[in-house]
Design a protein around this ligand. Structure first.
Ligand code: ADP
Ligand code: ZN
Length: 286
């Protein structure tokens, strides 16, 4: 049996699963301060202490994910109350002396899609989540892109649409991709939730132009075999089609992509990509 933890900024999903990627038990809890939150997580895993062979964590960031580093598993510079410098690996190790793997939440989703989803049989995959934040990860020949840290593709600088009067809401960069295109920033723009906006609203054209720029930049930098867009915002009807259209305009034939419909795609396992990714990663570290 393997333990997995999807550690999000607003909620945590804690589960145990098996080699067949079946989830056998799980809990979902609200993310509070780390001590309280991890007390609950440990209580859950403790039920399976004798059976858990390894634990894989996909966490919000920034987080140290280099296993050779002393601070492996440490949450870095976050505004989230109490979380800065909290070390997830050290905390779990205290109670569970098994191999523990940690990566970003979006890398976990990317890996699930790479192994058994949209990237199955392909050499590489890029994954974006467009939700509470915007994040991205790249898997190439089985490895995550990264070096000094993990990618922060959600904070890339993009061109603002002239029709868009919103100044952008990223605390660090104002109008970076996340500052313009994340769910909460759509919400702030219209003073209503992103999901309550009509799918035919002109804004979705603007949103698509932002995501298409991300896909364009990603194609030029990594040339992945496929680009997956997941996260709550991507559920808007017609949005992925608009992203493909804008991408085609931007690319203007520079890189020839034969089948755009299978190049820019929604996840195969929407909402479950990270679960599968982590269950696979937990097995692979043994
Ligand atoms: P998280 O990023 O916390 O994992 P989600 O991917 O569900 O969670 O993202 C939540 C954000 O996505 C919220 O800002 C919400 O407004 C937006 N969202 C969720 N569902 C939809 C939808 N069907 N249409 C548009 N926006 C949505
Ligand atoms: Zn930013």
């Amino acid at each position: 049996m393997f333990g997995i933890l999807e550690a999000g900024g607003t909620k945590m999903i804690c589960a145990v699963g098996n080699r067949d990627l079946e989830v056998l038990d799980e809990i979902r809890i609200e993310t509070r301060r780390p001590e309280e939150t991890f007390a609950e997580i440990k209580k859950f895993f403790a039920k399976y202490k004798a059976e858990i062979e390894s634990i894989a964590v996909g966490s919000f960031g920034p987080i140290e994910i280099n296993p050779d580093c002393n601070d492996y598993g440490k949450i870095l510079n976050t505004p989230k109350e109490g979380w800065k410098d909290f070390n997830i690996v050290k905390c779990l190790e205290e109670d569970f002396p098994v191999p523990i793997f940690v990566t970003t939440d979006v890398n976990a989703s990317a890996y699930g899609e790479y192994k058994i989803g949209r990237g199955e049989g392909k050499a590489s995959l890029a994954y974006y989540t467009v939700g509470t934040g915007v994040g991205g990860g790249v898997v190439q020949n089985g490895n995550f892109a990264g070096g000094i840290s993990h990618p922060e593709m959600g904070h890339m600088i993009i061109k603002k649409d002239p029709r868009d009067t919103y100044q952008g809401g990223c605390a660090c960069h104002s109008d970076c991709l996340e500052g313009l295109a994340s769910g909460p920033n759509i919400g702030k723009r219209f003073k209503r939730s992103a999901e309550s906006l009509d799918p035919n609203d002109e804004f979705w054209d603007i949103e698509a132009s932002y995501l298409a720029q991300a896909a364009y930049n990603t194609s030029l930098m990594f040339s992945p075999a496929v680009i997956v867009f997941g996260g709550g915002v991507m559920q808007v009807e017609g949005l992925i089609e608009k992203v493909r259209e804008k991408f085609k305009e931007l690319m203007n034939g520079y890189i020839e992509i034969k089948d755009l419909e299978s190049y820019i795609v929604r996840p195969k396992y929407d909402g479950k990509s990270a679960t599968y990714g982590l269950l696979i990663l937990a097995q692979e570290i043994l």
